[in-house]
Write a protein that binds this ligand. Structure first.
Ligand SMILES: *Cc1c(COP(=O)(O)O)cnc(C)c1O
Ligand code: SF4
Length: 361
């Protein structure tokens, strides 16, 4: 058995274990984890400094998860948009393909709380059906492996899935979404990286939410991936009391680029049942982008998005930089709030083969 599997076995999964170190209500924690499972790898658990800190809040069950009665289990309608089980085909050219419903840690804010770590319905059969669907749909050029966490499966099984996808001529890129570099970096071995790099172009998005998660171990894991030629991105979820502060996000983004991880998305929290106590105001997300854009490295600024309730996909939000726009000029505001004018080229001088939509405001 690989070392990471042993590390995973050694996770905190019960209220009783927490009670050895902290003053907690064991019954309450166990009530929650029976509905929404708990697993905190020892590595991540050791990053907790005190009860209620950002590491704690993301990993330790809270009774508020059970008090979120009126929320939807699947607000993004991922299941509805599934042509075959556990594959979501929402965008024209790419699919989301869930190859496991297990995770190294059960994040309390998870958008797939309805399924992760619960009664399993990802099987060899659904995986085979997913691959078959992709093979039959030549428009799919981008496959996003997710879960659960796709790195929960063994290297051998993962290689089998990736090799099957790579054998499909129209699949151009394969992406992996994984929490491991953040919660159990020992998973990112040379063996794994050497396997993945045989199937390039492979992209990987990981998931850090707080600067305290950036440790020497996490850095080593991300650099190992980058050294294998895998572009590593990061998706961050904005959460009340955890990271809804421009200074915290800025520090996180700077630490990410220091380990060659490129910020990708900053997500407004979804409406998923059991997670609504994490929701921050949308204005805060915009304020954060405003505080980053122009004030720091362009590629350290993530795209702030709302994954639209009802299954509309990710919609980007930007603080408004366009003051006025018409056929003659565009008036813009820069990061310091100063206005600049950009005169338009005369319409008579440009001919496009396609129609250009007029914008006026
Ligand atoms: C996020 C997501 C993707 C990938 O979207 P990108 O913007 O290309 O990263 C694809 N399918 C679904 C259902 C998604 O939620
Ligand atoms: S690792 Fe990802 S899928 Fe799993 S619980 Fe955390 S956020 Fe959800």
């Amino acid at each position: 058995m690989d070392q990471w599997m042993l590390d995973l076995r050694n996770s905190v999964t019960k209220g009783e274990t927490l009670a050895q170190d902290y003053d907690v209500d064991v019954n309450e924690i166990n009530d929650v984890r029976k509905v929404y499972p708990m697993r905190i790898p020892q590595y991540y658990y050791s990053l907790i400094k005190e009860k209620g800190d950002p590491i704690w809040e993301q990993s330790v069950p809270s009774i508020e998860e059970l008090q979120d009665e009126n929320a939807e289990e699947d607000p993004l309608h991922e299941d509805e948009d599934s042509p075959v089980p556990r594959l979501t085909h929402r965008y024209p050219d790419r699919v989301l393909f869930l190859i496991t419903d297990r995770c190294p840690m059960y994040c309390r804010f998870c958008t797939r709380k309805r399924m992760v770590g619960r009664a399993s319905d990802v099987t060899e059969k659904t995986i085979a059906m997913g691959i078959e669907y992709i093979r039959n749909h030549t428009e799919v050029r981008d496959v996003l492996l997710s879960g659960g966490d796709p790195l929960m499966v063994s290297d051998e099984k993962l290689e089998h899935i990736i090799a099957s996808l790579r054998a499909i001529p129209h699949v151009e890129i394969i992406r992996i979404g994984t929490k491991f570099p953040c919660v159990l970096p020992s998973r990112i071995t040379d063996k794994l990286c050497n396997m993945l790099k045989k199937y390039h172009p492979i992209f990987l998005n990981t998931h850090f939410n707080h600067p305290r998660e950036i440790t020497p171990q996490a850095k080593e894991a991300c650099e190992r991936l980058a050294n294998a030629g895998i572009p590593v991105g990061c998706q961050t979820v904005l959460m009340k009391g955890i990271n809804d502060d421009p200074e915290v996000i800025k520090e996180l983004m700077h630490k990410l680029v220091m380990m060659r991880v490129r910020p990708y998305y900053l997500y407004q929290t979804d409406l998923t049942k059991g997670t609504n106590h994490f929701r921050a105001r949308v204005e805060v997300g915009l304020q954060i982008i405003e505080a980053l854009r122009g004030h720091t490295t362009g590629f350290a600024v993530p795209q702030f998005v709302i994954d639209a309730p009802g299954g509309g996909g990710k919609i980007p939000l930007l603080p408004e930089y366009v003051v006025r726009f018409n056929s003659k000029e565009v008036v813009l505001r820069n990061f310091e709030g100063k206005e600049y004018r950009y005169p338009q080229v005369d319409q008579k001088l440009v001919k496009y083969p396609r129609k250009i939509k007029a914008i006026n405001f």
